[in-house]
Write a protein of this length. Structure first.
Length: 117
C-alpha cells in the first residue's frame, strides 16, 4: 500500500528542500519534469545507474511524503508525476528555480548505494 500524500497545506518548505537536496532525487524530479508522468520502473531505468529497488523505493517515499511527487497505482505498476501546481501555489517559483539552477550532473553511486549526497 502506498503512503499518504500530504495535502497542499501540509507541504513544508524544509521537507521539499531536503527531498530536492539529494542528487538521485533531483535527477528523478528532472526526469519527471522533462518526460511527464512515468512508471517507477521507467524512471529508475532513466537514471542510468544501477540502484537497488529498495533504495529507489526509499527515494520515492521521500519525494512523495515531502509533497514533491504524486505516486499512484496503475495496474501492476506505480506511476509518478510532479506536484507542480501544488508546489507553485505553496512556494511560487521554487521548483523552476531548483530545476534551472544547475545543469544536471552525472550521478555516482557510493558503495552504500545511496548516491552522491
Amino acid at each position: 500500500m502506498l503512503g499518504q500524500h500530504p495535502i497542499r497545506e501540509q507541504i513544508r518548505l524544509e521537507n521539499v528542500l531536503t527531498a530536492l537536496g539529494n542528487s538521485i532525487r533531483l535527477a528523478i524530479v528532472r526526469i519527471l519534469d522533462e518526460e511527464g508522468e512515468r512508471s517507477c520502473g521507467t524512471v529508475g531505468a532513466s537514471l542510468g545507474i544501477e540502484i537497488s529497488k529498495s533504495t529507489l523505493t526509499h527515494h520515492w517515499r521521500v519525494l512523495r511524503d515531502s509533497g514533491v511527487i504524486w505516486q499512484r497505482p496503475a495496474g501492476r505498476e506505480n506511476l509518478l508525476s510532479l506536484r507542480r501546481e501544488d508546489l507553485a501555489i505553496r512556494f511560487p517559483g521554487l521548483l523552476e528555480a531548483v530545476l534551472r539552477a544547475d545543469p544536471p550532473t552525472e550521478l555516482t553511486v557510493s558503495r552504500s548505494g545511496r548516491g552522491n549526497q
